[in-house]
Structure formats: C-alpha cells, structure tokens
Design a binder for this molecule. Structure first.
Ligand code: ARG
Length: 265
C-alpha cells in the first residue's frame, strides 16, 4: 500500500509535468485509429479517481476509475488509451465523438443526460468544503463575505452556487483544474473550495494545513459517460454488473478509498 501513499504525495508535486504530458498526448494520437482501441477522456486532478503518478519512472494516470476502465476494456477485448482534458471539456469531447467514453468521477445528472448517455452508477458520495485548518469553519454559513472556489462545470460548482443563494456576500471563482484550486486555498487566495468528500480526503492526506467538512444534499452517483446512443453502454453495464457480483468492484473500492486513507492517517 506504500505505493498508493507515494502516489498521493506525487500527484501534487507533478501536476505541472502532468499538464505537459497532456498536450503531447493529444497531438500524438491520430483521430482515425479507433478500431481496436477505445479512447477514454478524463481530468486527472481527482485523486483517488484519477491522478498522475510515477509508474516505473514514467508519469502515468492511475486511480479507481482507471482500474475500472482497464478491467472493462480488457474484458471486452479492446486496447485502452487515456487522454487528459480539463473537466469542463469532457462532455463536449463525447458530443463531437472525439472520444469513446469518459470516466472522471462524473455524476450522472439529469442535465448531463440531455447531452450524453450514462452507464449504471458505480460509486456514490457527498460534497464537502475544504479550507485552511486555522480558519476553523463549522459550516457553510461561516463563508459569508468570503471567496470560494470550485471546479468549472462540476456538480461542486452547482453546490457552491446553492450555498451562495443561502449565505450572503460569497464570491465564487470557478477554475479549470482542481489542483490549482487546492493551492489557492493553501495560499490564502481562496477561503474555501467545494469538492467531493472522497477527493477532499485524498488531498487532505498530503496537505496537513487543510481541513474539510461534509456538506448535506442529494448527489447523483458516479457513472461512465458515452456519446448519445453509443452501443458501448450495454456492453459496459454487463461488465459493471459482473464486477459487482464477483466482488471486483468492492476490491477496488477498498484499494483506492479505504486502504489508502487508513495508511495516510
Ligand atoms: N463529481 C463532480 C461532477 O460530477 C466533479 C467531478 C470532477 N472530476 C474530475 N476528474 N476532476 O461534476
């Protein structure tokens, strides 16, 4: 399990390098070669779902979503290629069919269902607020008059907007990458960030100056997204069902959410 801890530490250090890799990756891939390879897009700033890690000296995207994607692709007999994008561009890449599917800790919301198709839900979770420990917040009401951040185009951004309707004088800064948002909180340029609780825990395990509180509210579960009417949806659902029955999904949940956190405590 040491490996996972190392990854948690490395992803923060290496996001700059990660961004460089990303632009190379996009150019290197020829749009035409779709036959045996499934192209998945993700935003690898979201541990433990997807983040950069050194694997055998090479920068690689790893995480819970990646393990599931690799498992499904292998079961269905495809090669898998993973592309790094900003979260806000993921739905568009499906609509223009530049990629075959998206796994990005993405919630299957009604609004997104208008633009893309989703698999069955494979994981659930709550939202949370992350802040500097010394702020000592005890709830969203403490954010009155302060500046908060959330990742552009996410359900966390929506949650931030809901908080703003209830608490006075909050300024919201939506940003493209979550690593940046976390750094802005650390450096006092943001007072808090809204993000998923499981991801908050992963960031907190390497940033001891930060703290978090879970937020209330119904959340749609995480699912895999596809272009509308993709014939992959049923195939993926079959493998997901098999993973649930066989205990494979539980094994991966343990690996990425439970054991990693225990080690970090
Ligand atoms: N769960 C949120 C949503 O569905 C945020 C997902 C952000 N994912 C990422 N890989 N950065 O909108």
């Amino acid at each position: 399990m040491k490996k996972i801890i190392t990854s948690m530490i490395l992803f923060t250090l290496l996001f700059v390098l990660g961004a460089c890799n990303a632009s190379e990756g996009k150019e290197a891939v020829d749009q035409g070669e779709k036959k045996e390879t499934l192209i998945m897009a993700t935003s690898p700033d979201y541990p433990p779902f997807e983040f950069y890690n050194l694997v055998d000296g090479e920068q690689e995207i790893v995480g819970f979503d990646i393990d599931i994607a690799k498992y499904i692709a292998e079961k269905l007999g495809y090669e898998l290629e993973i592309r790094d994008m900003e979260f806000d561009g993921l739905i568009g890449s499906l609509q223009s069919e530049r990629v075959d599917f998206v796994m990005a800790g993405m919630q299957a919301t009604e609004e997104r269902k208008k633009s893309v198709d989703f698999s069955n839900v494979y994981y659930g979770g709550a939202q949370s607020m992350v802040f500097r420990k010394d702020s000592g917040f005890s709830g969203p009401e403490d954010l009155a008059g302060l500046t908060i951040g959330a990742q552009l185009g996410t359900t966390s951004e929506q949650m931030a907007q809901e908080i703003m309707e209830q608490v006075d004088g909050i300024e919201l800064k939506p940003l493209g990458k979550l690593n940046t948002i976390i750094m802005e909180v650390k450096n006092n340029r943001l007072d808090a960030a809204i993000l998923s609780e499981s991801v908050a825990k992963a960031y907190l395990s390497v940033h001891e100056d930060l703290d978090y509180l879970p937020l209330e509210g119904e959340q749609a579960g995480n699912a895999i997204a596809f272009p509308k009417n993709s014939d992959l949806v049923d195939k993926f659902n079959e493998v997901l069902a098999e993973m649930e029955e066989s205990g494979k999904l539980d094994e991966l949940i343990k690996k990425w959410f439970e054991e990693a956190q225990e080690e970090a405590e």
